[in-house]
Ligand binder design. Structure first.
Ligand SMILES: O=C[C@H](O)COP(=O)(O)O
Length: 248
């Protein structure tokens, strides 16, 4: 039985002071349940959030990491550095990183290998842009991203993976995929995993939907059979909104 996982992705929002204020408020609202909750924050907020969420069960994730173990990569952060401060998750291959920072399926795959090596659980993002959906190519695009991401990973690693299906046209636009569209693609992603690793593995993978998830549409999306949670951008910035999604 997969435990739903609702993760917030703060992107480049909130100072440490604001992050701690969020955590103090969110902890008052959050009750441990069958739903896992987490926040993926900018690097400078991570240590404070790990401390603030200690003992609550709320997970902390980063939004990116380098694929090398260490080296002369000015401005970068390694998986080992994240692990050392108690970070458990890392978003990898978000469409904004693919679009603005030259992230490719190859770098995503390298990052997944390094993340697992350092006990960081990846939340790997895939999804098509609008032109690809309009051209009916969304399944091919997502399959290519998934096959590229999974290259040479072991069955155990894949079983512990979180995949976020985020159609790029639904991110920050207020335009959500319909529950049926989101469900269909999440089911397809599971099938792609099953074809490579078998159903024992594919049935364990948490597959989230992301793209304009809000308190008023979370229940419908999260109740779809193939959707195991959400990666939430804008609505994760306000504790009162985010808790409604976690409590869908
Ligand atoms: O990582 C989160 C997604 O990019 C979704 O962002 P959004 O909820 O603001 O559309």
């Amino acid at each position: 039985m997969r435990k739903p996982f609702i993760a917030g992705n703060w992107k480049m929002f909130k100072t440490t002071k604001e992050a701690v204020a969020f955590a103090d408020e969110f902890k008052k609202l959050y009750e441990q349940s069958d739903v896992l909750a987490g926040i993926c924050a900018p690097y400078t907020q991570l240590a404070a959030l790990v401390e603030a969420f200690k003992g609550t069960g709320i997970k902390v994730g980063a939004q990116n990491m380098h694929f090398e173990e260490n080296g002369a990569y000015t401005g970068e952060v390694s998986a080992d550095m994240l692990n050392e401060i108690g970070v458990e998750y890392c978003v990898i291959g978000h469409s904004e990183r693919r679009q603005y920072f030259n992230e490719t399926d190859e770098t995503v795959n390298k990052k997944l290998h390094t993340a697992f090596k350092h006990n960081i659980l990846p939340i790997v993002c895939v999804g098509e842009v609008l032109e690809e959906r309009d051209a009916g190519k969304e399944f091919d695009v997502v399959k290519t991203q998934m096959v590229g991401a999974l290259k040479d990973l072991t069955a155990d690693q894949v079983a512990s993976l979180v995949v976020a299906y985020e159609p790029v046209w639904a991110i920050g636009t207020g335009r959500t995929a319909t529950p049926e569209q989101a469900n269909e693609m999440c089911g397809y992603i599971r099938k792609v995993i099953e074809d490579i690793y078998g159903d024992e593995v594919s049935e364990k993978v948490i597959i989230q939907y992301g793209g304009s998830v809000k308190p008023n549409n979370a229940t419908e999306l999260m109740n779809m059979e193939e959707i195991d949670g959400a990666l939430v951008g804008g609505a994760s910035l306000v504790p009162q909104d985010f808790i409604q999604i976690v409590n869908f």
